[in-house]
Design a binder for this molecule. Structure first.
Ligand code: IPE
Ligand code: IPE
Ligand code: MG
Length: 259
């Protein structure tokens, strides 16, 4: 009935009341790589007169649910923006809490991730991470490195501009040492020097909380990605919202510059 109504109205937009059924989404093309800017934890807490860190804690639980759903849908890679190179500007106590979250998340959920065949990876500058944070993520990466299901890729202390600069530095160094010739530089070689290598570029980018910007996230990789923005705050984001984003994605016509 809803489909008929939609066609009649000539609209492919879904209404708030419409429930997207997982089985229907599975009939369409599932984006292989989904990237999410998980934003709005602070505002979620503020609305409830709670400290900002309560929002981050709640957001962590959503990470678990969305990872499970993405894995069940057959998504191959899920990149989650967890901490940007600019987030160090925040109050020390908030930064310290955010740096404890990966451990808390992995202490609670790593066994489940292993069981579900999820492979954990990270992108970002590892050198500035506290030792305890790095230890937790490295253990998770090593414990899951042979898993063949969803790649759960955390962008932790990640900034796209800094990633691009460091790729340029590595390329310059490889030319100097004779490992590559400068004539070999092309888009595909450049991508290999980025932290996301060997992941394919995201098919779908989701940003929660109503902000319509990239905040230094995957500037190179998002060149032809489909964007889906929502006002929902990250701690309120549900499996149904993920289905909604994928459903919208399935109705887009990706042309990559062609006709
Ligand atoms: C996103 O939520 C989490 C991180 C950036 C670590 P915010 O903490 O940015 O929440 P808002 O944007 O202040 O609501
Ligand atoms: C982007 O959110 C970074 C993460 C979600 C980790 P921010 O909250 O830091 O972005 P701005 O400051 O609103 O652009
Ligand atoms: Mg924010």
């Amino acid at each position: 009935m809803l489909n008929i109504l939609k066609k009649w109205k000539g609209s492919s937009q879904t209404t708030k009341e419409e429930t997207i059924v997982k089985a229907d989404v599975l009939k369409g093309e599932i984006p292989e790589h989904i990237a999410i800017i998980m934003d709005g934890n602070g505002r979620w807490a503020k609305k409830r007169a709670l400290p900002r860190i309560a929002g981050h804690h709640e957001g962590m639980k959503v990470v678990r649910r969305i990872t499970r759903q993405a894995n069940e849908l057959g998504v191959k890679a899920l990149t989650l923006y967890a901490f940007s190179t600019e987030n160090w500007k925040r109050p020390k106590t908030e930064v310290e809490y955010l740096m404890k979250l990966p451990e808390e998340f992995l202490n609670t959920f790593l066994p489940e991730l292993i069981e579900e065949n999820v492979q954990v990876r990270i992108i970002g500058e590892k050198n500035r991470l506290p030792v305890h944070t790095l230890r937790a993520v490295e253990k998770a990466m090593s414990d899951t490195k042979r898993n063949t299901g969803l790649i759960l890729n955390f962008a932790l202390n990640y900034g796209s501009r800094s990633e691009i600069i460091s790729a340029v530095q590595k390329i310059a160094n490889d030319i100097k040492n004779g490992r590559i010739d400068e004539t070999a530089i092309n888009e595909s070689l450049f991508s290999e020097y980025l932290m996301t290598n060997p992941l394919k570029d995201p098919d779908l980018l989701i940003r929660t909380s109503g902000e319509i910007r990239l905040s230094n996230f995957m500037l190179w990789q998002l060149a032809y990605t489909e964007f889906w923005f929502t006002d929902i705050l990250w701690p309120d984001f549900t499996e149904q919202n993920l289905l909604e984003a994928i459903h919208t994605y399935q109705q887009r016509g990706r042309r990559f510059g062609g006709v």
